[in-house]
Design a protein around this ligand. Structure first.
Ligand code: ADE
Ligand code: ZN
Length: 336
């Protein structure tokens, strides 16, 4: 292990962009399919991994939704979430804000309460065993209509103590943030934070829409903001945190390769970028792997890595006490 790899491994991290259903390792997927008496989504682990070769976001989403169909019971959601937290702990994640797609479960007959019970019992265990604080951010599926999102939001209110905000994900092209202005007004009126995937495959204008029409406080991905200097300037001026997922962008061919990834340029331009994993087994790595891959390809120095880790702390939806504790852990590490 190089000195830089060791530095990244022990860097205290905050993860702000990870989809719990996207952390489904094929080994666990096949085991859960078997115990639920369901046909395996893939004939073998090796064939699952071989299938994780995507030309665009939609090709990935097709497999992502197929894989999660085997999640039926609270135990399934518990095992999925705990497996992520174990990986996160190994990567020295101290706080995580975890995305979750309620409509992808309720739409196939799995009750929201079942999913929440399993996920939350794992979050409790993760806090106790690893000291990882975690909250949930349900995301509305943008390729469904706004009424469906509204029904999802109302159902989520029964679980509001576990939820710090709401987001928008799934197929971006052709589904602009403007479609969801009404539901996010309702989200804000109930006092929740707002995030949105924007500028992943979609244009810089979707980033502007997410800010203006949804009230987004963080932008998930946002890399296409770089196509419009005025949008970049606004994000800088307003200190908007961007949750960038480098391996995801490469594997979904949003960028040609890691050397061409705009992360370093974004940082140099003054954007508050953070490093995250999105859907780790599908894209080839967890948060530490994302830091490592970006560092190697882009030649990021320690100062840049610390800056991105701090951006994640500053962008987290935590109270002042937790913020200061996370920051002091980072400062201690920096000085060590
Ligand atoms: N759902 C899971 N991963 C996603 C991504 N990268 N973009 C949009 N929706 C998603
Ligand atoms: Zn995502």
């Amino acid at each position: 292990m190089t000195e830089m790899d060791a530095f990244i491994a022990d860097l205290p991290k905050v993860e702000l962009h990870v989809h719990i259903e996207g952390t489904f390792e094929p080994e666990l997927m096949l085991a859960i399919a078997a115990r639920n008496g369901l046909p395996a989504p893939f004939p073998s682990v090796a064939q699952a991994r071989a299938a994780y070769a995507f030309h665009d976001l939609q090709e990935f989403l097709d497999l992502y939704y197929r894989g999660m169909n085997v999640l039926l019971t609270a135990r399934d959601f518990h095992d999925l979430t705990l497996a992520y937290l174990e990986r996160a702990h190994a990567d020295r994640v101290r706080h995580a804000e975890i995305f979750f797609d309620p409509q992808a479960h309720t739409g196939r007959g799995v009750a929201l309460a079942t999913a929440m019970e399993g996920i939350c019992s794992a979050l409790d265990e993760g806090l106790e065993r690893f000291g990882i604080t975690a909250r949930l951010i349900p995301n509305f599926l943008r390729d469904r209509d706004e009424d469906d999102a509204m029904a999802c939001f109302e159902a989520c209110l029964a679980h509001r103590d576990r939820i710090c905000g709401f987001g928008l994900d799934s197929a971006e092209r052709g589904h602009p943030p403007s479609k969801f202005a009404r539901v996010f007004a309702r989200v804000r009126s109930e006092g929740f934070h707002v995030v949105a995937h924007a500028g992943e495959e979609g244009p810089a204008d979707y980033v502007t829409q997410a800010l203006d029409l949804l009230g987004a406080q963080r932008i998930d991905h946002g890399i296409h903001a770089m196509d419009d200097p005025a949008v970049v300037q606004r994000l800088v001026d307003e200190s908007v945190v961007l949750t960038v997922c480098p391996l995801s962008n490469v594997r979904l061919r949003v960028v040609p390769d890691m050397a061409a990834h705009p992360l370093a340029r974004m940082l140099a331009r003054g954007l508050k970028v953070t490093v995250n994993s999105d859907d780790p087994p599908y894209f080839g790595g967890y948060i530490g792997d994302n830091y490592r891959a970006a560092q190697q390809a882009l030649g990021l120095d320690r100062e840049a890595l610390i800056a991105m880790a701090q951006n994640a702390i500053d962008g987290a939806f935590v109270d002042a006490e937790r913020h200061d504790l996370l920051l002091s852990e980072l400062r201690l590490y920096q000085a060590s």
